[in-house]
Design a protein around this ligand. Sequence first.
Ligand code: FAD
Length: 320
Amino acid sequence: MSVKDILGKRNVLSFEVFPPRTDAGMEKLCGAGGVMEKLYGLNPDYISCTYGAGGTNVGKNLEVLEKIASDGKTVPVTHFTCIGNTKDGIRRQLNAYLDRGINHMLALRGDLPAGWTGTGGDLHYASELVEFVRREFADRFTVAVAGSPEGHIQCSSIEEDIAFLKQKQDMGADYIMTQLCWDMDQFRRWLDAIRAAGIHLPVDIGIMPILDQKATINMALSRNGCVMPRALCEIISRYWIFPDPFTNATEKGQPSDPMAEQKKADFRKAGIEYTIRQIEEYLSCGIDGIHLYALNKYEDVAYIAKEAGLLDRDREKLTV
Ligand code: FAD
């Protein structure tokens, strides 16, 4: 059953993993009894795998997705970007996914590598990719697209960004997966605005578990420019690792924070509680699914999913 069909019946739960760089990482994720097999136990409707801009990790991305497809426990969804891809290259890669039973994709423009002003490929925006996929492959793919509740960091206005999201719907997208957004008032405004603009696609919410100070700050600021609510800033501040969480203090000849390990553990605990509350708030907004960035981990993700009630919300298993 396609994710589009499931979304027509009930909310979905899904996870996102990334292609490990090393053999050891691959074994931990995809080996017998590894993270992937444990994630299946949480009964996700799909598991998606990221795709490096420029296709740098295409081999590993395919390896991870092939594993999901051949295990047959859930739907594999590949992320796919326009960066550096010609139309021929896209056609070839998408056929390779189909040959392996992977017929779901998140169609993205991709983050532009540093110094680039365009995609360096034949297609320039995600809407063009959706159009291309529909023209070349008709309905053989279920196609998700990205939505940015705070407006994409490069957009000139949120209204224009929503108009481009509508283009993706018009080109044939099936559902929206959202960019990180901690600002719930902004999320509610955006949801109202996209509905008012005639966007009726289901909205699947991207959630990054808050587990690590550095990763949280990086994720918010390096690419996305997310607003951090006061409550999240307070957690970051309360457990701040001096001189700062990015500096290897001893290399710089400064004293390490003697409380660093305790602070990391306390931050993780507070971050997990924050993430659970955020999911509960999203569920009360009438959204269509929760997409948890699993970060190739199991225990914390499983705890969050359970405590947020995602494992028992009328989610009887539907046949894949
Ligand atoms: P688009 O929808 O093409 O929009 C990009 C920008 O161009 C926006 O500012 C938009 O307003 C503007 N725009 C759109 N259409 C037009 C037009 N016709 N004319 C002028 N301006 C236009 N990146 C990766 O590299 N790999 C991944 O695996 C990955 N996974 C992701 C998963 C999720 C759930 C999300 C939300 C994002 C992911 N990204 C990933 C990041 C994504 O590639 C970036 O956010 C990228 O910068 C924009 O992609 P997009 O598909 O939203 O682009």
